[in-house]
Design a protein around this ligand. Structure first.
Ligand SMILES: Cc1cc2nc3c(=O)[nH]c(=O)nc-3n(C[C@H](O)[C@H](O)[C@H](O)COP(=O)(O)OP(=O)(O)OC[C@H]3O[C@@H](n4cnc5c(N)ncnc54)[C@H](O)[C@@H]3O)c2cc1C
Length: 398
């Protein structure tokens, strides 16, 4: 796809996804959350089986792995639909961090790593986590602060360190762990694939956070003490850690944008009924200019976010990963802020009810706030985009 037209096949898959989201997933949201809080997943499991039956499971993966072989543009078309429900991506097995981890492992895992880790993940039998961030003074907005260290020992490596905000870590069966293997500023980190049950991995806790910790959106904290791994645990080559993190993060940021745009669109749609029926000062809310302005701002932000995301996805589809990086940063920062603002305005337009738990906006807003921090806080994207522009690497009139 090189324009805004979807191929017939993609349009048909998108219609299928939309139908499943509207007819079964959205009506089941309440049950899925309640069951998850009670430690059960019956409804979710049934819906995942339905997605599999309809051929909609992991559509982002190559056909050989059971997916539909969609490129980034195709993912954009489907992930926005799934994102209209906060549980949608989980049903189709396209949720973070598993989706980004799968995409990375497809590209770089050895045949043995694929058999042991990727294949059960693709089948949905296990989940995974990505462990980069550390408590201060370790890796955070600046990944080069990395303190977790892997040192060579007889038979492989020994890893020692402390990680947190490893989304999904508690339930994960394996972890992708970033560790320092030398002091080289660019090639000083390596990525290891670690069995969570290995001696030396200590799950400390889920960090308590502002958003509700549902499904696998728990922020795990881990300590690695004298964790021994063999040479087969290394992903890629020694020193590939930072480039691999970038290779994972640039597309993963965009898939976040796609899901967030879907949720923003649903949020705005949910405002229609109240603003067109609620009377205030003698006329419907929708007839007040200040309310129209909020609707306009949301519509404009969703449309602009769509275009930014599609453009960066199109660059990735052309294999232009380096060129896509600043556009992906701009899309991620823009869409994260847009989602927060759309939700904030939806709360405002609904008055007290908007702030209540009778409507979903407050719950969605608490989760959405993380978007401005996770996968690089806004300010770091501002810094890197400004640097790239100053170096003449960004053509703003594409
Ligand atoms: C819900 C959630 C899920 C996450 N999931 C994962 C995960 O699965 N795996 C993982 O490894 N990490 C994950 N993270 C961690 C996330 O990537 C980090 O929180 C983020 O990179 C910031 O790092 P930090 O928290 O150490 O903040 P710090 O590095 O301490 O930065 C704090 C603040 O300082 C400011 N700042 C930093 N640098 C600059 C700068 N150059 N210019 C101006 N201001 C700056 C920013 O405002 C920033 O928010 C997650 C975080 C959240 C909230």
């Amino acid at each position: 796809m090189s324009d805004f037209l979807l191929s017939e096949e993609l349009a048909a898959i998108r219609a299928q996804v939309r139908a499943l989201v509207d007819s079964k997933i959205i009506p089941a949201e309440k049950a899925i959350f309640e069951e998850d809080r009670a430690g059960r997943r019956d409804t979710l499991t049934a819906l995942r089986a339905e997605a599999k039956k309809q051929g909609l499971w992991t559509p982002h993966l190559p056909v050989a792995l059971g997916g539909r072989g969609l490129g980034p543009m195709g993912m954009c078309a489907l992930f926005r639909e799934m994102g209209r429900s906060p549980v949608g991506a989980k049903v189709f097995h396209c949720d973070a961090p598993d989706q980004g981890n799968m995409d990375l492992l497809v590209q770089i895992a050895t045949p043995q790593q694929k058999t042991r880790f990727l294949e059960p993940l693709v089948r949905g039998e296990v989940t995974s986590a990505f462990c980069m961030t550390e408590p201060a003074p370790g890796a955070g907005a600046d990944p080069t602060n990395l303190k977790t260290a892997a040192t060579r020992v007889e038979g492989g490596w020994e890893i020692n360190g402390h990680k947190w905000f490893s989304t999904g870590g508690r339930n994960a069966s394996f972890l992708l762990v970033m560790a320092r293997t030398s002091e080289d500023p660019k090639r000083g980190a390596s990525l290891f694939i670690v069995d969570k049950a290995a001696p030396g991995v200590r799950y400390v806790r889920d960090v308590p956070v502002m958003g509700e910790t549902v499904l696998d959106h728990h922020e795990g904290e881990f300590e690695f003490e004298k964790l021994k791994v063999g040479p087969e645990a290394l992903l890629g080559e020694v020193g590939d850690g930072f480039p691999l993190a970038q290779a994972r993060l640039v597309p993963a940021r965009l898939t976040h944008c796609m899901r967030w745009l879907g949720l923003a669109e649903r949020t705005l749609s949910l405002c229609r009924e109240y603003v067109t029926t609620r009377i205030s000062f003698g006329k419907e809310l929708a007839r007040h200019q200040a309310v129209q302005r909020m609707i306009y701002d949301s519509a404009e932000a969703i449309h602009a976010g769509n275009l930014m995301t599609l453009h960066a996805a199109w660059l990735l589809e052309q294999g232009k990963t380096r060129e896509a990086k600043p556009y992906s940063s701009m899309a991620k920062t823009f869409v994260a802020n847009a989602l927060c603002k759309v939700l904030d305005d939806a709360i405002q337009m609904h008055g007290g009810r908007g702030y209540s738990e009778d409507l979903p906006f407050a719950q969605w807003y608490r989760a959405a706030r993380a978007a401005r921090i996770a996968d690089g806080p806004d300010e770091v994207h501002h810094m890197t985009v400004a640097r790239d522009w100053l170096l003449g690497r960004i053509d703003l009139l594409v």
